[in-house]
Design a protein around this ligand. Structure first.
Ligand SMILES: Cc1ncc(COP(=O)(O)O)c(C=O)c1O
Length: 352
């Protein structure tokens, strides 16, 4: 007897991740430091005073308001869920099912996985050889039938760290006007100087995706959100599971949003360390490091498997990216603490 599972699900590979432990963990683009201890204590204190037997807000309204205040957005246009990866699937449901998902390649795995799982026709436009986003090719691809669906563009791009210009995204947003939702995934925007909010204000079919998992140091909490126009947000909320954001997630994120200074300090550390690591890696005789606008660096080596194993033998875990389109030999390394980065640089043969 065959199981009553849709062929698209059966044909889909598992999420491409296997857990490996190592003393220096630089493989998942997490924050280099935990949520501050004093804020953890504050959140737990508040949690102990709240009722646990009651459901939380239907759509995390209190948290949406705090996120919106922090990000300079409207609460009615803010949609919070348990991780921005949930929102990727919901946005495919919202605009891509029975239509198309258009994105670039290489890319964050979920855009393509969700497109296939949810039965959207997938088009992936290769990045240029310098890893810049080929907006002309994306615009040309919009024209193929059916000319509607959802476009995903990460900014900064993961896993290369490149940054699509806002003027380029403006051209894409204009071309998307009829029938396309344009989703700009800003998971790593705190590590760049300019974000895409002004663009999303100008264009009601543009949605920004953000997360507490990276700069905020809360990957384990599982919280992400969309900033959208009110009309799109209202429709998107219909797809969000009711009462989905727990009381723990809500109080912890509220405490974080009341104390955003720690994020600013950590971003400054990461930018400084990113520069230091880039400079050190530039002296490597065989590796090439690419400029990055995020909290990680992409490095091309002559042999990714050998380089990964050599780093792991020295206790440093990074992520192989060499099976992705155009990334032969590439590894991705998260910017960590000074000591972790030193361990990586030493293992790579370019550290003191
Ligand atoms: C580009 C990009 N988007 C979204 C996510 C998912 O973030 P979250 O932890 O909020 O699900 C990640 C996580 O690595 C990412 O790299």
């Amino acid at each position: 007897m065959s199981l009553p599972i849709r062929p698209a699900v059966q044909a889909s590979p598992d999420y491409p991740f296997s857990a490996v432990t190592a003393p220096v963990k630089l493989d998942q683009n997490e924050s280099f430091a935990d949520f501050p201890e004093a804020l953890k204590v504050m959140a737990l204190q508040r949690l102990s005073e709240l009722p646990w037997h009651r459901y939380t807000d239907l759509h995390a309204e209190a948290l949406c308001e705090a996120v919106a205040r922090h990000d300079g957005w409207s609460a009615s246009g803010t949609v919070v869920t348990t991780g921005s990866n949930v929102l990727i699937a919901l946005l495919v449901q919202l605009a891509g099912m029975g239509a198309r998902v258009l994105t670039v390649k290489p890319n964050f795995a979920l855009y393509a996985l969700d497109a296939r799982l949810l039965g959207a026709a997938l088009t992936e436009v290769p990045l240029r050889s310098d890893f810049s986003t080929d907006v002309d090719a994306l615009i040309a691809a919009l024209g193929e039938a059916p000319g509607r669906g959802v476009v995903f563009v990460p900014r900064p791009h993961a896993p290369t760290g490149s940054l699509c210009g806002l003027d380029e995204l403006e051209r894409l947003a204009q071309a998307c006007r009829d029938g396309w939702l344009l989703v700009i995934d800003e998971a790593y925007h705190p590590f760049t100087a300019h974000d895409a909010r002004a663009l999303a204000v100008r264009h009601p079919h543009v949605v920004l995706l953000r997360t507490f998992s990276k700069a905020w140091g809360l990957a384990g909490l599982r919280l992400g959100y969309a900033l959208a126009g009110d009309d799109v947000a209202r429709q998107l909320r219909k797809l969000v599971p009711p009462f989905g954001v727990s009381v723990l997630q809500t109080v912890s994120a509220l405490v974080a949003l009341e104390h955003p200074d720690y994020v600013r300090e950590r971003v400054a550390h990461t930018l400084h360390e990113r520069e230091r690591m880039t400079t050190a890696l530039q002296s490597h005789p065989h590796w090439q490091v690419f400029p990055s606008h995020a909290n990680f660096l992409l490095v091309r080596t002559p042999d990714a498997a050998a380089a990964h194993a050599m780093l792991l033998a020295a206790g440093v875990l990074v992520r192989r990216q060499d099976t992705l389109h155009g990334l032969q030999g590439c590894l991705r390394v998260t910017v960590g603490t000074v000591a972790e980065n030193d361990a990586f640089l030493r293992a790579a043969g370019v550290g003191a």
